[in-house]
Design a protein around this ligand. Structure first.
Ligand SMILES: N[C@@H](CCC(=O)N[C@@H](CS)C(=O)NCC(=O)O)C(=O)O
Length: 202
């Protein structure tokens, strides 16, 4: 299996799951600052020109969530359980993409990507709005996590990897977590996993 990645948000998810599951993967780093995600060779496997992409024999997967589910299926892991828990996991994946990570991702872009790629200063209007919307959805997550260790069925799943994906950057991205103790406790549990703390190949 080949995993095309870079050391940024979406690939982090795929790398963390591959490492957690100890799947033998050939990691191929793409330098986004040099446009390596836009070469004709790469666009042939991922026409979006984004990372990550997983190539497993003659099957190609883009979208990090599809990649994590495929990796878990290949490993026979309950990170993507083969039962009705899938429905609840899909709910969290969808919610993260549309709401929670949408606004946390805006803060990640404003504070981390702009600085890294020389795209200028954070836009105060975007930051204020994103922080306000983030708090709204973080309250939903915080209430769900009260009394639970993990998001679905009190067992680690791909939903935890996806929903939490911006949180390692919370401090630098000014993601406001102060009011959400259960979210912080849950992320501390993820931080006990080496694959979460250090997802990228060295
Ligand atoms: N929804 C996609 C998002 C992919 C994506 O936007 N990746 C970013 C990095 S986090 C990227 O490739 N940026 C470089 C570019 O678009 O040129 C996924 O989850 O895989």
């Amino acid at each position: 299996m080949k995993l095309y990645y870079s050391d940024v948000l979406s690939p982090r998810k795929a790398c963390a799951v591959a490492k957690y599951l100890q799947i033998p993967v050939e990691y191929i780093f793409l330098d986004l600052s040099r446009g390596q995600q836009k070469t004709s060779h790469y666009l042939a496997i991922n026409p979006n020109g984004h990372v990550p992409t997983l190539v497993d024999d003659d099957r190609v997967f883009w979208e990090a969530d599809a990649i994590t589910c495929h990796l878990a299926t290949r490993a026979g892991s309950d990170l993507w359980p083969q039962d009705e828990r899938q429905i609840e996991i899909i709910r969290w994946l969808s919610w993260a993409a549309q709401h929670f990570n949408r606004y946390a991702g805006e803060l990640y872009f404003e504070y981390i990507i702009k600085a890294r790629f020389g795209l200028g200063d954070p836009d105060p209007g975007v930051v204020t709005d994103a922080q306000q919307q983030f708090r709204r959805y973080a309250a939903v997550l915080d209430a769900h996590l009260e009394g639970r260790r993990w998001l679905v069925g009190n067992q680690l799943s791909v939903a935890d990897f996806t929903v939490a994906i911006t949180l390692p950057y919370a401090e630098h991205a000014h993601i406001p977590l102060d009011d959400f103790r259960h979210v912080r406790d849950w992320h501390n549990r993820l931080n006990e996993l080496e694959a979460w703390r250090e997802p990228f190949p060295t």
